[in-house]
Design a protein around this ligand. Structure first.
Ligand code: ACM
Length: 378
């Protein structure tokens, strides 16, 4: 159903919720940048039906409770229906009841643990079948089958580690240890963990540590004298932004699975990287979360151009099935799950803090958030 177009020059107001302070602000700040860059591009080319897109931006300070109250404020006080936002799964899970109750649409640009569906969310980061499965296969082929799991203590790490544990065990591997630390863990907190790793000598450390403490983990690993050529840290979230925070020398040799790295060679990426660096500083790399934040706003603009309405039910049906030439390659929104079909890549940190792509899918991988179609075979 299409809305009857109204003649107006009123802007399209949208909400934006990424943290500019707190323990996950380093990566969320880049998601804010990706969002604003796309909004600026859309407005520079005339807006949507001649109307500007105007973002209303709040800082939820890496606090899930604040994410929920900011989402409510956006919808109730600012009259917004579409919200771009959230990095941690705990912030997404805090915002979902708000958008479900008030019938809003949350656009979520972050890798997550899967096993979720909401008619009020469009997921543009990868689910486990788009990153964990390929990563597990790669690690078993190249390093071995004894895994040590370490994560921050909240839903994404615990659930992603559960998926990884099942993948490892179903493919004749073993999990030799598993540890969780606070999202605010410091250098000293990682010392006992790395002592245990040295004692157990796994083939690989699978890390779901996120936020500021990511740098602490990799720096402690480096101080302990472990060798990424023999026992790398493998992650789904450590991107160019986290490597910049820890130092390229510390990150070099470690592995990440993601749909996007700055080094991806597509025409859309050359333009994205050039515009991002021009806008935010030549020393500021792009990363998978900034890229998803960027392309989801362009997908939104395509859907809005078709729907000419921000009403959630109308906009969502215009989004499903849409395609876009994103920096990572062509992506589309999967009609079954409202998740994006994305590329799968394995990257290794190089000496300059970028990622060398060492494996990639031949085409986009269909989102299968419940691992129904792909199963657990590698
Ligand atoms: C995450 O919490 N989904 C990174």
């Amino acid at each position: 159903m299409r809305a009857i177009p109204r003649r107006t020059s009123e802007p399209w107001r949208v909400g934006v919720l990424f943290s500019r302070s707190g323990c996950t602000s380093v990566i969320e700040e880049t998601q804010l940048r990706g969002t604003l860059l796309a909004v600026e591009e859309i407005n520079a080319s005339g807006g949507i039906h001649g109307r500007e897109v105007v973002p209303i931006v709040y800082d939820p300070a890496s606090d899930p409770g604040l994410f929920a109250s900011c989402a409510k404020r956006l919808m109730v006080e600012n009259g917004v229906t579409t919200i771009f936002g959230c990095y941690t799964s705990s912030s997404r899970k805090a915002v979902i009841p708000v958008v479900e109750r008030l019938n809003g649409l949350l656009w979520y640009p972050t890798p997550y643990e899967g096993f979720e569906f909401s008619p009020n969310v469009i997921y543009t980061g990868p689910a486990p079948n788009q990153n964990s499965v390929a990563l597990c296969r790669f690690l078993m082929q190249h390093y071995g089958s004894r895994f040590y799991l370490i994560g921050s203590d909240y839903v994404y790490p615990r659930e992603s580690n559960r998926v990884m544990r099942e993948l490892v065990r179903d493919n004749s591997g073993s999990v030799v240890g598993e540890t969780y630390l606070s999202l605010r863990a410091q250098h000293r907190d990682f010392l006992p963990v790395l002592c245990e790793v040295r004692r157990l000598q796994p083939d690989v450390i699978f890390s779901t540590v996120v936020g500021e403490s990511t740098a602490c983990l990799y720096q402690r690993y480096s101080d302990t004298g472990l060798d990424p050529r023999r026992m790398p840290i493998a992650s789904l979230t450590t991107s160019e932004a986290e490597v910049m925070a820890m130092g390229a020398d510390v990150g070099q040799g470690h592995i990440t699975a993601a749909p996007y790295f700055e080094s991806v060679r597509t025409p859309a990426n050359s333009s994205f990287v050039a515009c991002y660096r021009k806008r935010f500083g030549n020393d500021q790399p792009t990363n998978m979360c900034a890229e998803a934040a960027y392309f989801q706003v362009h997908l939104f603009a395509k859907a809005l151009a078709e729907a000419n309405s921000l009403e959630t039910d109308i906009l969502r049906s215009a989004v499903l099935g849409l395609e876009f030439d994103a920096p990572q390659g062509r992506v589309s929104v999967n009609e079954t799950y409202g998740h994006a079909d994305l590329w799968t890549r394995i990257g290794r940190v190089d000496s300059r803090g970028g990622f060398e792509v060492i494996e990639q899918s031949r085409a986009q991988v269909r989102a299968d958030p419940y691992l129904i179609e792909s199963g657990r075979a590698l």
